[in-house]
Design a protein around this ligand. Structure first.
Ligand code: FES
Length: 140
């Protein structure tokens, strides 16, 4: 069976701690996700997502503090705007935007993190492997 590789870009203060809570609480979770911890979702450049797909990811999760809870005041608002546009760009280029999950998970929401991981893994499994950007083989 196809097992997707999923990269999660998460902020240090909320989602990373929520993911840690999910782990220490031994919540059942798919093991397909590799976490990249960053200071804030505002630091996550959309090119990180492009690179993740280029290097073999089948799906990506971006997750941080809930609106109003960002430790740098407005980083997650910038991220939310940026990723709304990024998803539209994905659709425009022919890449299924369902391969990217955007969520808010606080430090106390271990169960929500487990749900995001399991839900994303199921969705990417159904989509199948990411086979490159449409037309990318012609450019290379
Ligand atoms: Fe978590 Fe900004 S510190 S999103």
């Amino acid at each position: 069976m196809f097992e997707p590789r999923i990269v999660a870009f998460v902020c240090n203060w909320c989602t990373y701690t929520g993911a840690d809570l999910a782990g220490t609480s031994r919540l059942p979770m798919a093991t397909n996700v590799r976490i990249v911890r960053l200071p804030c979702t505002g630091r996550i450049d959309p090119l990180f997502i492009v690179k993740a797909f280029e290097r073999g990811a089948d799906g990506v999760i971006v997750s941080g503090c809930h609106p109003g809870d960002c430790h740098y005041s407005e980083g997650n608002y910038h991220a939310r705007r940026r990723f709304r546009l990024f998803k539209e760009l994905m659709d425009f280029t022919g890449i299924d935007s369902d391969r990217v999950t955007f969520s808010w998970v606080s430090a106390s929401q271990g169960q929500k993190w487990a749900d995001v991981v399991n839900g994303t893994t199921e969705r990417i499994r159904a989509l199948g492997p990411f086979e490159g950007y449409p037309g990318s083989e012609e450019v290379a």
